[in-house]
Each structure stands twice: as structure tokens, then as C-alpha cells.
Design a protein around this ligand. Structure first.
Ligand SMILES: Cc1cc2nc3c(=O)[nH]c(=O)nc-3n(C[C@H](O)[C@H](O)[C@H](O)COP(=O)(O)OP(=O)(O)OC[C@H]3O[C@@H](n4cnc5c(N)ncnc54)[C@H](O)[C@@H]3O)c2cc1C
Length: 491
């Protein structure tokens, strides 16, 4: 049987490997880091667990087609508990609270009582959320294999969304919120994602949560990655870690081998690049970059990315009021010259093993853009200054938390700080981005062909091929790569 070489052992690479083995291919995954999982990972510090990734995983509802993919790769399924919170987030301001409840009727009722002046817009917003709960991540086949009937089936499923998608795709979220007079309602809609998202991006995210299709598998990010790793190994796949692929050799429009930084030459019949797409084109050469990526990498105004500055704190007591994401306004924090007045904080108390008994681990996230990434990258050249900046900002954050939650005074310690540059350094992630290109009001929803032009046995998977990325797009892109190989072999 043919041998598939997968470059990158994130969620996309693991999914590609699992489907490759299920189809009977020999398969080896080469991963530059010491463990697989990519951005979907977690690690332990001082007796606490740091969960890097999952706040919501699209595909937790068995009614949606992507659920089957998560089941196939072992991330979801029998015996894996799904944690479904009753609210997605809370916005706190001046002692007042607003929530994004999972129950849309409860959300509507709360918003109407809080901001009667916006009742018409609130009703319309909630009506749109109900429609967006029908949204699906197409997961059965890659776009070019769906055929007329497949496309029609998909369109039928998302029919309620279509009128709103057509209308609001080109509306920036910053414009949309101006329809609301109440500032706190505006913040509830705006604060979680970067403000460059279009309105559809926000509706899609909240709609997914309301439908029960965006919950949390027990065990968090590392649990997802570990189960997928085990699945791949149990199917007879091979994982090689601490292996950075740097080059390829090609002959007559085909890759003959991939070269590892330690000098190993890896031969195979098919090569799936499931590493960051920017890294992919560094490996195969820019001459193989197609229009889809060329336009994205050359126009970051139209196709921006985002990341975040994350601080993890241990808390000497339970911080139950922070179990879901809470966003609060604070005295601005200076992050390398950028001023930030909103803190997103959450505790992982729903995962009792993440902290010692009676204690909590807290995650604080502050959004960062590409300019912030550049600043972190530059600062890292002077490591002592980079480390000092991380510590200073973490201390500022603790001070703002104490102001907001006086009951926590004296109970917090910094256990980890992750900058946008951390992702680039560890995983090679372009601009430290933690999803893919943002869907702005200027962009259409486009998907990549999954192929590398000029190299007939090379395929590309990963979140970058299906903007705006995230776990669901990563996992299906791995599956699609195998479906493309099978299709090519049948030609
Ligand atoms: C802080 C944070 C929070 C997030 N929250 C969510 C969330 O709540 N919900 C959600 O859906 N998504 C979330 N995401 C996004 C999600 O983690 C990613 O979309 C997903 O994990 C991407 O998977 P991937 O396989 O496409 O890429 P990656 O995870 O980037 O995997 C690529 C892999 O390739 C490896 N690699 C790179 N270069 C090479 C090379 N040259 N040779 C060999 N290997 C190489 C890397 O080390 C990495 O392991 C979050 C991400 C972050 C960082």
C-alpha cells in the first residue's frame, strides 16, 4: 500500500493520519515539537494544568455531521463526557452583569429587561441567533467532491441562515453594534472576538453555542490531542516527534522526499502538509503558492489574523464566579504600547483535576493583532526584556483583577505567561495566530483547494485552508486530504 507522510502533528495532521490508516495507507506523522496536538494542547505547572486551547469545540452535537468526524478520530464518542455550560460568557460593568445564555429565550428576556430601548434590535438579534443554530461545518466531503446533490443537501440544512448571511457578511461587527443604544449590550456582542470580524462571524459563534454544538469535551485540549494520538497509534500509525521538516526534493512535478533538519530524508508516495501554511510554502518553495494564499499573505488589511496574550494564575481558593468566561472593563493595561481596557478571565473549575483541591487555575486572555506579534518578536531578541515585559504585564493584570474582585486579594500567583510569539517559536505559527484568517466584512467565505500547485502528490491540510480556522476546520481538513488522495488514485 502507498505510504503517506504527514508533516505536522496538530489536529489536522492527526486526523489525516487516522483517516489514512483507516483507508489502509501506511502513514508516518513528523512533528517538530516534542508532543503532538499543535495548538490544541495543555501542560502542567506547579501542580496546576494549563489548558491552552479549547473554549468551545464545534461539533459536540450528535445531530451535526462534524460530530461523526470527531467520533472517527476518537476525540468524542462513547464514554467521553461533554460539558455544556448554561452560559457562554458574562460581561460585567459597574456592578451590572449580562450573559450569553445557552437558552436563547433566556438571553432575549434578560437583554429586553436590561435594555428596553433596544427591544426591536434585541428581538432581531435573537431571531438571527436561532437561525444560526442551524449552521453546519461541511464535513462529509471536500467541496469539489460534494456534487450537485451534496451541495443541495448542505444548502437545505443551512437554509434559515442564508438570508442573514447574505445581508450581514459585508457588515463589520463594529458597524452592526451601532444599532444598539445600550453600551453594555454592544460590549456583549463585540468584546469576545476581534473587532475586525464581520457580523456573521459573531452570529455563527454564538449560534453554535446556543445549538449545543459548541461545548467542551471533558479533559480539555490535551484530552482531545491525547485521544487522537492514541487512536492513530492503535491503528498502526507512526509518530516521530522533534522532527522539523525543512525542505523537499522534487522530480517532474512530484515530491520524492522530505528533508528533516537532522538530515533524515523521508520518502513517501503522498505528502500532506498539516503544518502552518506559511511554513508549508517555506518548505516547498514560494513558486508553489497559489492565488488563495498569495492574496492573503500580501494583504493583511483584508485578511488579518489575531492572537492573544495569555496569563495563567493559580488561585488559593475556588473562583466559582469565574467558571465561564467573564469580560470586564479595567484601567487600561499597556501591552508593548497597545492599550487594552478589557480582560477576559475564566476559571477551569469544571475540570476538577486541573487544580489541587480547594484551588483554581485562571486563564486571562487579551487579544493581540499582527502588529502586537511583531513587537513581541522584536522584543524576544533581548530575552531578559521579553521576560520582564511578560512579568510586568502579568502583575498589572493581577492588580486589575483585585480591583474587580476584592475577595480574591492576595490569592493569585502567576504560573504561566504565553505571548503571540510563543506559538511562533514552538509551532512555527504565522504571526502567532490562533485561528486562521479572520472573516472580515471585506472577505468572502472561500476554501482552499487542499492541493499544492505544481506538485501532484502534495496536499495541504490545517486550519489555514478553511478560514476562519479553529478545531472543526482543522479536523475536517485532515479528513479531506485523505479523500483527495483517494480520488487522485482512482483517476
Ligand atoms: C489560545 C488558543 C485558544 C484557542 N481556542 C479555540 C477554541 O476555543 N475553539 C477552537 O475551535 N479553536 C481554538 N483555537 C484554535 C485551534 O487550537 C486551532 O485552530 C487548531 O488546533 C489548529 O490545528 P492545526 O492542526 O490546523 O494546526 P496546528 O495546531 O498549528 O498544528 C500544526 C503542527 O505542525 C507542526 N509543525 C510546524 N512546522 C513544522 C515542520 N516544519 N515540521 C514538522 N512539524 C511542523 C507544529 O509544531 C504543530 O504541531 C485556539 C487556539 C489557541 C492558541
Amino acid at each position: 500500500m502507498d505510504k503517506i507522510i504527514v508533516i505536522g502533528g496538530g489536529i489536522a495532521g492527526l486526523a489525516a493520519g487516522i483517516y489514512a490508516r483507516k483507508e489502509g495507507f501506511e502513514c508516518e506523522i513528523y512533528e517538530r515539537h516534542s508532543i503532538v496536538g499543535g495548538q490544541c494542547t495543555g501542560w502542567n505547572r506547579n501542580g496546576f494544568h494549563i489548558d491552552n486551547c479549547v473554549h468551545w469545540m464545534t461539533g459536540t452535537s450528535p445531530e451535526k455531521e462534524i460530530y461523526k468526524v470527531w467520533e472517527d478520530v476518537g476525540a468524542l464518542g462513547d464514554g467521553i463526557e461533554i460539558i455544556q455550560h448554561d452560559k457562554f460568557l458574562t460581561v460585567e460593568q459597574d456592578g451590572k452583569k449580562l450573559h450569553v445564555w445557552k437558552d436563547v429565550n433566556r438571553l432575549e428576556k434578560e437583554l429586553l429587561a436590561f435594555a428596553p430601548e433596544d427591544s426591536k434590535e434585541i428581538k432581531h438579534f435573537c431571531k438571527m441567533l436561532r437561525a444560526f443554530s442551524h449552521m453546519e461545518v461541511p464535513a462529509l466531503k471536500p467541496k469539489e467532491q460534494m456534487g450537485f446533490m451534496g451541495n443541495m443537501r448542505y444548502v437545505k440544512k443551512i437554509l434559515p441562515v442564508l438570508p442573514y448571511a447574505a445581508k450581514y457578511n459585508s457588515v463589520p461587527i463594529t458597524e452592526y453594534i451601532k444599532r444598539f443604544k445600550n453600551k453594555m449590550v454592544q460590549d456583549l456582542i463585540l468584546s469576545y472576538l476581534p473587532s475586525s470580524f464581520n457580523t456573521v462571524g459573531i452570529l455563527y459563534m454564538y449560534g453554535t453555542f446556543l445549538s449545543g454544538n459548541g461545548a467542551l469535551p471533558k479533559g480539555g485540549s490535551i484530552g482531545i490531542a491525547t485521544r487522537m494520538r492514541k487512536k492513530f497509534l492503535s491503528l498502526g500509525g507512526t509518530i516521530l516527534t522533534n522532527k522539523t521538516i525543512t525542505q523537499i526534493t522534487e522530480k517532474e512535478g512530484k515530491i520524492t522526499s522530505a528533508l528533516c533538519s537532522d538530515g533524515q530524508e523521508i520518502a513517501g508516495n503522498h505528502f500532506i502538509f498539516a503544518c502552518d501554511s506559511d511554513t508549508t510554502y517555506q518548505i516547498v518553495g514560494k513558486q508553489h503558492m497559489d492565488e488563495f494564499f498569495a492574496k492573503r499573505y500580501s494583504d493583511s488589511d483584508t485578511y488579518p489574523t489575531f492572537s492573544s496574550f495569555n496569563v495563567y494564575l493559580s488561585c488559593d481558593k475556588k473562583a466559582e464566579e469565574l467558571t465561564n468566561m467573564v469580560l470586564f472593563k479595567c484601567k487600561p493595561i499597556d501591552i508593548l504600547g497597545g492599550m487594552h481596557d478589557t480582560i477576559a478571565i475564566k476559571s477551569f473549575d469544571y475540570e476538577p483535576t486541573f487544580a489541587p483541591e480547594g484551588k483554581s487555575v485562571l486563564q486571562i486572555m487579551i487579544l493581540q493583532d499582527e502588529k502586537d506579534f511583531d513587537n513581541w518578536e522584536t522584543l524576544h531578541k533581548t530575552k531578559a526584556e521579553y521576560d520582564a515585559a511578560k512579568q510586568t504585564i502579568a502583575n498589572d493584570i493581577i492588580e486589575r483583577i483585585y480591583t474587580q474582585y476584592p475577595s480574591l486579594q492576595g490569592s493569585l500567583q502567576v504560573i504561566e505567561v504565553v505571548t503571540p510569539y510563543s506559538y511562533n517559536k514552538l509551532l512555527g505559527t504565522y504571526k502567532g495566530a490562533y485561528m486562521s484568517f479572520i472573516t472580515t466584512h471585506k472577505t468572502k467565505r472561500e476554501v482552499h483547494s487542499g492541493r499544492i500547485q505544481g506538485l501532484s502528490n502534495a496536499y495541504i491540510a490545517g486550519q489555514w485552508t478553511l478560514p476562519p480556522g479553529g478545531l472543526p476546520n482543522a479536523v475536517v481538513s485532515g479528513k479531506f486530504a485523505i479523500q483527495r488522495i483517494i480520488q487522485d488514485l482512482q483517476k
